[in-house]
Design a binder for this molecule. Structure first.
Ligand code: WQD
Length: 334
């Protein structure tokens, strides 16, 4: 059975990807430092898949722990999620973002090189496109200077992998995520924002649950259909399945590195997401319109031709499903 290392495998996207890897017949090993996840997530994943997996509680920047893992297991490939990912937080603490996100990747590449593991799926982001007007964005859309240290770590991460792959027998796929939202239909795993959520959908569900008083819509004076920003929201299970497809594609790939936009190809405004949440769950949401949030781009959504045609992957869930699953998960949270 092919064995895959998933770094950050107890996190939001990581946990859903472990479920899909196990469903596909892979044996999974997870390394996670638990600073943005909980150990109980392992039990929930195993309840869904009916299969257990090994968990190593350690930080990917810890090369000793990482090398021990690579000596213990013969990995077919690695999916690398473990990174800090909050745009706003990265502006406050750029050093911790560069330290964690970049040395984590470098330490991982060092361990892979030492043990001759040559397939890497890297968690990148549509953030690399910045405030582009080239919409929908394709993988050829010009990469702009990042709007945040978080975005810079994704751009530099891609460059580090491209440089490394030039000199090694190595294959890597860079997946540029759009906006991952929702939760597993079982409501056993989902997003676990620690503290006040930065992102729209967990803020919506926490408002509906009475944890937050009301949602503030950050600006309705943009040049869009209803004045609020447009994003390409993708169900986290669809995104997880794209990683399984990417892993299989590594062995067919002609060039050392390839990059894919992973979105639905459809943009929704903030108000459309709110209304979808209300209609899907028959709930009236308390929200108000406030000032724009610094760093927000007006609109971004994906051209998904490449991922559809080369990986044979398509998004299955729509925004109504995403809102239904997000709410079911919020209600399930203790
Ligand atoms: C979406 C829209 C806000 C909160 C995120 C991640 C980034 C990347 C892409 C992975 C914006 C509006 C939000 C609120 C609001 N993911 N909003 N009120 O900024 O697109 O980026 O997804 O790489 O890492 O940060 O997502 O959910 O924060 O915002 O009006 O309380 O919702 O202005 O227009 P964003 P988001």
């Amino acid at each position: 059975m092919k064995k895959i290392l998933v770094t950050g495998g107890l996190g939001f996207i990581g946990s859903h990807t472990v479920v899909e890897l196990q469903a596909e017949g892979y044996e999974v090993v997870v390394i996670d430092n638990l600073n943005n996840s909980r150990k109980e997530v392992k039990i929930s994943i195993e309840e869904i898949s009916g299969k257990t997996f090994e968990l190593k509680v350690a930080d990917v920047t810890n090369s000793i722990a990482l090398n021990e893992l690579f000596e213990e297991h013969k990995f077919e490939g690695v999916i690398h999620f473990a990174a800090h990912k909050a745009v706003g937080e990265s502006v406050e603490n750029p050093v911790s973002y560069y330290q964690n996100n970049l040395s984590g990747l470098v330490s991982l590449l060092g361990a892979m090189e030492k043990q001759g593991v040559s397939n890497l799926i890297f968690s990148s982001s549509c953030t690399v496109y910045g405030a582009t007007t080239d919409l929908p964005v394709t993988e050829k859309t010009v990469i702009q200077k990042a709007e945040s240290p978080y975005g810079t770590t994704k751009i530099l991460g891609e460059e580090i992998i491209n440089d490394y792959a030039k000199h090694k027998d190595f294959k890597s796929i860079l997946l540029r995520y759009f906006n991952p939202v929702g939760a597993h239909p079982s409501a056993k795993i989902g997003e676990l924002p620690l503290g006040v959520p930065n992102n729209l959908v967990p803020y919506i569900t926490q408002t509906a649950a009475g944890i937050r008083k009301q949602l503030t819509v950050f600006g309705d004076d943009y040049n869009t259909i209803d004045g609020t920003c447009i994003r390409d929201y993708i169900h986290v299970v669809d995104l997880a399945k794209a990683h399984v497809k990417a892993l299989a594609y590594c062995n067919e790939m002609k060039q050392p590195v390839d990059v894919f936009n992973v979105g639905t190809g459809k943009g929704n405004t903030v108000l459309e997401v709110i209304h979808a949440f209300e209609h899907s769950n028959n709930i009236k949401l308390a929200y108000t319109v406030g000032a724009r949030r610094g760093g927000d781009v007006e609109q971004i959504f994906a051209d998904t031709t490449k991922v559809n045609e080369l990986l044979g992957w398509h998004a299955h869930y729509d925004i109504a499903d995403m809102m239904k699953h997000a709410w079911a998960w919020q209600q399930n949270l203790k």
